[in-house]
Ligand binder design. Structure first.
Ligand code: CU
Length: 366
């Protein structure tokens, strides 16, 4: 199926600027959601015109197609990762996945999990804009709007034309497989949508040598229903400090201990889809929609008390080392890298989405 190309993605710049201006004008009055109104303006001191991230279903059809078109472009751009680092990387998209694969065990279940993925998502957003002519902001997927579980598979993000396509056909799991995600319904190659013929190359597991395969999904409405509802999101937002907040977002390593993070990954990726692969999960373009919303959860939490939470960071340097037996806690000066994809930054550089290396906002916060 050919992707229906939007007629004028770049030509919409003037209109977009108008919309952004309007959005900014609207945001100068206290918003209906939980921002810290006394402090929300000062955080923008070095970022006068943030691009505004919006929920997928609120974009116009043209905006949706422009975004999907930019992702297709990025999938075709040649890789820049040296062959010695990721021999199998062919596209710029592979460059992004490769750096996630290579760092898997140093960027999850650590204090800088959220900062690293904030910088990673912003870098992807910048690449779509700078290298593929996209003029909008990274959209987000607010999964709470697709609850309860019975509504999950009809979420707009899974639309075959104005979305990322849907599930794969059911592939049974051997009964002894310990990684059988409860409620899984697919597992095969995605059968419709713009990524039906996408070639995934990085992974599985830690491999960056190139293993061409299809994009697979294994939707579990049941699993999504357990972790992606407003109740779990509110529980997350109610945490008193960053240490607890991050733990509740990430959850534990087993399916039964997931938070909103695992809810999106296993709800979409199940057992056989890339979204369920801790290493190669960014292979599914829906990854960035999910992580933009996780970032929005974090920013929503920060915005409720900016004075404290623009600098509140903690959590282990080493994987799951919550009692610090292997090392210490992450601090604002902790360095992070995305390899060839972006300049190196520190955790502190990513704490404010409207300062320094970051300049975006969200239309609505939780
Ligand atoms: Cu990740």
């Amino acid at each position: 199926m050919a992707l229906r190309l939007p007629r004028r993605c770049g030509g919409a710049i003037a209109l977009l600027l108008l919309v952004l201006h309007f959005a900014m004008f609207v945001r100068t009055s206290p918003s209906p959601n939980h921002r810290d109104p006394a402090n929300y303006q000062y955080v923008r001191s070095t970022c006068r015109n943030p691009i505004v991230r919006k929920e997928w279903r609120t974009l116009s059809k043209t905006e949706q197609l422009c975004y999907l078109n930019a992702v297709q472009c990025f999938l075709k751009k040649p890789a820049i990762t040296p062959k010695s680092v990721a021999p199998g990387a062919v596209s710029r998209y592979d460059d992004m996945v490769a750096t996630h694969v290579a760092q898997t065990f140093s960027i999850h279940y650590v204090g800088h999990f959220l900062p690293w993925h904030r910088w990673y998502t912003a870098t992807y957003e910048n690449a779509l804009r700078n290298e593929c002519g996209y003029t909008g902001a990274q959209p987000y997927w607010d999964w709470t709007l697709d609850m309860p579980a019975a509504k999950f598979t009809s979420a707009p993000v899974f639309d075959a034309i104005y979305g990322f396509g849907g599930n794969g056909p059911l592939i049974p799991v051997n009964a002894s497989n310990p990684f059988e995600v409860p409620g899984r319904t697919g597992g095969g190659c995605v059968e419709d949508g713009p990524f039906k013929n996408m070639t995934v190359r990085m992974g599985p597991q830690g491999s960056v040598s190139g293993n061409p395969r299809c994009l697979a999904r294994d939707l579990s409405p049941y699993f999504a229903g357990r972790y992606l509802g407003m109740n779990q999101t509110q529980l997350t937002l109610a945490q008193p400090d960053f240490g607890w907040f991050d733990k509740v977002v990430e959850g534990g390593p087993s399916f039964d201990a997931s938070g909103v993070h695992g809810g999106g990954h296993y709800g979409v990726g199940g057992t056989y889809g890339q979204m369920g692969d801790l290493y190669a999960s960014p292979s599914d373009p829906i990854f960035f929609m999910h992580h933009a919303n996780l970032d929005r959860v974090w920013w929503s939490w920060q915005a409720r008390d900016l004075t404290k939470r623009l600098t509140d960071i903690s959590g282990p340097v080493n994987l799951m080392d919550y009692s610090n037996t292997m090392g210490g806690n992450v601090t604002l000066g902790f360095p992070m890298t995305l390899g060839v994809n972006a300049k190196n930054v520190t955790v502190g550089d990513t704490m404010n989405i409207m300062a320094g290396v970051l300049c975006y906002d969200y239309d609505v916060l939780y």
